[in-house]
Design a protein around this ligand. Structure first.
Ligand code: 3PG
Length: 209
């Protein structure tokens, strides 16, 4: 499962983190992101439209790898998998999420923000983690400080990341990709400016460490 998670996260330097308010926007939005080179897409379970959005993107958007984020319990994990998610993201970790993940073939990217959280997740068999909330928890300098004592753990930092600071993370040896909502701003989505989103996605896809 680690291998399949890594192969998804390595598709691109930036995983878009989406809050989908209107299910009708999910497919054109995902198509715009894929057209810009961002194929792994995280739809957060923060809106009533989220599960249907995962279903629609999984069924209709060629080339997309749709995952579900903000999974806070086992029930939501199972629902997101049933909707067609190819990966699951959680801002932290909870026993219910871990036990649902154990019973599933779909990989989990669990969240951690401290050395102890990382160590506990490593004991549970996870060595690819979301670092959240990245900027607020200490940013790239903090994550760099974890790289030597916690060598062997890879991170996808999210929270407060944008085109401006993404490189600071991507250049670290323990970062596999970053996540962020900046590639799908609310104004562009509600205006249906898909070309604008493809442009933001292309800039993000071109980032290197
Ligand atoms: C997440 O859900 O992973 C983060 O909230 C994304 O953070 P951002 O909106 O600051 O990019």
């Amino acid at each position: 499962k680690t291998e399949s998670l890594l192969s998804i996260l390595k598709l691109q330097p930036v995983v878009p983190v989406l809050i989908v308010e209107d299910v009708a926007s999910a497919v054109p939005l995902a198509r715009a992101l894929v057209a810009g080179g961002l194929r792994a897409i995280e739809i957060t379970m923060r809106t009533p439209a989220a599960l249907d959005a995962v279903k629609a993107v999984a069924a209709e958007v060629e080339g997309a790898n749709v995952g579900a984020g903000t999974i806070l319990n086992g029930r939501d994990f199972d629902a997101a998998v049933k909707a067609g998610s190819t990966f699951i993201v959680s801002p932290g970790v909870a026993p219910g999420v871990l036990s649902a993940a154990k019973d599933s073939s779909v990989p989990l990217l669990p969240g951690a923000a401290t050395a102890s959280e990382v160590m506990k997740l490593r004991e549970a068999g996870y060595d690819v983690l979301k670092f959240f909330p990245a900027e607020q928890a200490g940013g790239s300098a903090y994550l760099k400080a974890l790289s030597s004592p916690l060598a062997g753990t890879l991170f996808c930092p999210t929270g407060g990341i944008s085109l401006k600071n993404a490189r600071d993370y991507l250049s670290l040896p323990n970062v596999v990709c970053v996540g962020g909502s900046w590639v799908a701003p609310k104004e562009l989505v509600s205006a249906g400016d898909w070309a604008g989103i493809t442009k933001l996605a292309s800039e993000a896809a071109a980032l290197k460490g």
